[in-house]
Ligand binder design. Structure first.
Ligand code: COA
Ligand code: AMP
Length: 631
């Protein structure tokens, strides 16, 4: 079937299209109702189906004869550890840990928060929670205690699963003190914390609340898979919105399983027995979808890599892993390849390894800039596939559908809409724009299986943030255009979300933190271009009258506040003192204009500006600090 035929079938006959995809999975009760509306009026897939995602990913694979196939290759250069875990072994570990969670009172519908580094126990915990029909919420290990506390209060977990430490290259990050602080800060208190003690740092346990992983499984008996409805939640994953409060993206069981299984073949062209590597983190959506669920639901071997693209130990790390496990398809963020390119532009390391297994390289998480695209392509000689997606959708909205038909690529484009996604470019009034005209990227409802049906505990926010801008459409928050051939180009966010090293962060939240500094009268935080990390946050601050703190001291204090409240991943290191911020006469800060000045882009000063001199001042301040790019 050609891409066009497949795509049209998904849009014109969505129910029969997705029914036939659903039939490929091992349901306890195959869904009869394919598409329906829930109590909020949101489209739901497979609501009456009965399944268990952990069963589909493990038991069903063992029953299909994959017991001795490797499910997970764990590779940890930071601890010098490698482990191959078969489907049978993974099933046994997951069943036992599910028993341990059940012994702590975890039941269907309960939440379990997982705060762990990239170790097999993180995957075991996710699948064990799913096995009980409970809901996991994985929090990225790089977040600080405050962010963790916000998520504990929102998800209200019965149990928290964590580890004693993570390892950042050669630095031990003790997780337990962060967890303890978060629990102190949070109003909700978990009943129990199960802590995996890593030999690099043994944590002090708080009795009777904390139990070690070893003790928990030592006393447990294996637990079987609990049946849930297709529309029941599998997980909550928090992502940055435009305010300080993160959004708890909810994923259901049925639509997710179908989307994961379908996309593993359609998008990535992966077949059972092959090795897939998403070089990401289980704390992000890429990790949920393509380190854990999709590969296992598809009978693949997945790589769980606890390391970096560089410095663990060098810029050949990715290529070593590909060669060692025979990876067929590698997926990471453009920033990872830019980091490799910076250290090994000539690809000397690449040529040290046998790369014959690798057939394609996928990138997402941020815009793939054409120079990085060409560098990867020239180095590998392989298809380099930019695909666009969001935590909210769980899988690629646009891609080159290599498992259906590989189309010619165009640098800077995420190619075509994936089956099920009716992508439109709209102007502010909701009118569809002509080819090559830039506007808001929206998706005509219904969204396909796998996309989120609500924000945890806050349907109003879901409705307001995504469904009200354009009636009948999901508003993605990204801007872009389609060219004359229908290729989609995603150009960046239209809101206050920025992307730092593939991590989605909110400048709105950063502004709230800067504004909390006692010397700050007013501030703006914007994301400016960075050659390695894509974007970096930078703050502009007006001091309170008479405050004597100088720019360097303020900058250092703000950087510490940001690390303590968000985490080191915020990469907030620069703050500039200014006398005024450019604003419209109605008082709106002109953040886009500020970003254009910083990035050396052409800009026009809006007629509504209150004080045109503020622009020159700002440009001069940026030049003085070496921030402004050459025009
Ligand atoms: N736990 C604790 N701290 C973490 C962390 C974690 N899981 N992840 C990152 N950090 C810390 C880093 O140690 C660093 O701290 P520092 O400022 O004290 O040095 C800080 O957060 C910033 O990290 P990062 O932006 O990742 O910078 P880096 O220089 O360590 O690495 C890259 C740069 C490009 C190699 C790295 O960001 C990368 O591999 N990015 C890919 C991102 C990705 O996979 N995104 C998912 C979408 S596909
Ligand atoms: P996240 O939810 O963390 O996956 O981040 C989603 C956001 O990252 C999107 O809304 C985009 O702004 C950006 N993004 C992801 N993939 C791409 C891509 N291939 N091209 C451009 N931007 C992307």
């Amino acid at each position: 079937m050609s891409y066009q035929e497949e795509y049209l079938a998904s849009i014109e006959r969505p129910e029969s299209f997705w029914r036939s995809q659903a039939e490929k999975l091992s349901w306890f009760k195959v869904p009869e109702v394919i598409l329906s509306k829930d109590e909020n009026g949101v489209d739901r897939w497979f609501a009456d189906g009965e399944l268990n995602t952990s069963y589909m990913a493990l038991d069903a694979q063992v029953e299909a004869g994959l017991a001795n196939q490797v499910a997970i290759y764990y590779d940890s250069p930071v601890t010098d550890t490698k482990e191959s875990i078969t489907y049978q072994q993974l099933l046994e570990r997951v069943s036992l840990f599910a028993g341990a969670l059940a012994a702590q009172g975890v039941e269907k519908g309960d939440r379990v928060l997982i705060y762990m580094p990239m170790i097999p126990q993180a995957v075991v915990a996710m699948l064990a929670v799913a096995r009980l029909g409970a809901i996991h919420s994985v929090v990225f290990g790089g977040f600080a205690a405050k962010e963790l506390a916000v998520r504990i209060d929102d998800a209200a977990p019965k149990v928290i699963v964590s580890a004693s430490c993570g390892i950042e290259i050669d630095r031990i990050i003790d997780y337990k003190p962060l967890l303890d602080e978060a629990i102190t800060l949070a109003e909700h208190k978990p009943r129990c914390c199960i802590i995996h003690q890593r030999e690099q740092s043994i944590a002090a346990l708080t009795t009777p609340r904390d139990v070690s992983w070893t003790q928990a499984i030592g006393e447990a008996t294996p637990h079987s898979a609990v049946s849930v409805k297709g529309s029941d939640p599998l997980y909550i994953l928090y992502t940055s919105g435009t305010t300080g409060k993160p959004k708890g993206v909810v994923r259901d069981n049925g639509g997710h399983a179908v989307a994961m299984h379908y996309s593993m073949k359609a998008v990535y062209d992966m077949n059972p027995g092959e090795v897939f590597w998403a070089a990401s983190d289980v704390g992000w959506v890429v990790g949920h979808s393509y380190i854990v669920y999709a590969p296992l639901l598809s009978g693949l071997s997945t790589v769980l890599y606890e390391g970096k693209p560089v410095r663990t130990p060098d810029a050949g790390a990715f290529w070593r892993v590909v060669a060692e496990y025979g990876v067929k398809s590698l997926f990471s963020a453009p920033t990872a390849f830019r980091a490799i390119k910076k250290e090994d532009a000539e690809g000397v390391r690449y040529r040290e390894y046998d790369m014959s297994s690798l057939k394609s390289v996928f990138v997402a998480g941020e815009r793939l800039d054409p120079p990085t695209y060409h560098w990867i392509k020239d180095l590998t000689g392989l298809p380099v596939i930019d695909h666009w997606w969001q935590t909210e959708t769980g899988w690629a909205i646009c891609s080159n559908l290599t498992g259906i038909e590989t189309l010619p690529t165009k640098a800077g484009s995420a190619t075509m809409p994936s089956p099920g996604f009716d992508v439109r470019i709209l102007d502010d009034s909701g009118k569809e724009l002509a080819p090559n005209e830039q506007g808001s990227v929206a998706i005509k409802l219904p969204l396909p299986p796998g996309c989120f049906p609500t924000i945890w505990g806050d349907f109003e926010r879901y409705n307001e943030a995504y469904l009200t801008a354009y009636e009948g459409y999901y508003c993605s928050g990204d801007g872009g255009y389609k060219d004359e051939d229908g290729y989609v180009f995603i150009m960046g966010r239209t809101d206050d979300v920025i992307n730092v090293a593939g991590h989605r962060l909110s400048t709105g939240e950063m502004e709230e933190i800067v504004a909390d500094h006692p010397s700050v009268a007013e501030c703006a935080v914007i994301g400016i271009r960075c050659d390695i990390k894509g974007q970096l946050p930078i703050g502009f601050v007006l001091m309170k009258d008479g405050d004597a703190l100088d720019e360097i001291a303020l900058e250092a204090e703000l950087a510490v506040m940001m690390r303590e409240r968000i985490g080191a991943l915020a990469c907030f290191k620069t703050a500039l003192l200014v006398k005024r911020l450019p604003k419209t006469r109605s008082g709106k800060i002109l953040r886009k204009l500020m970003r254009q000045i910083a990035d050396g882009e052409e800009y026009s000063i809006p007629s509504t500006i209150d004080d045109p001199a503020s622009i020159d001042e700002l440009a001069a301040a940026m030049r003085d600090r070496g921030i402004r790019k050459a025009v």
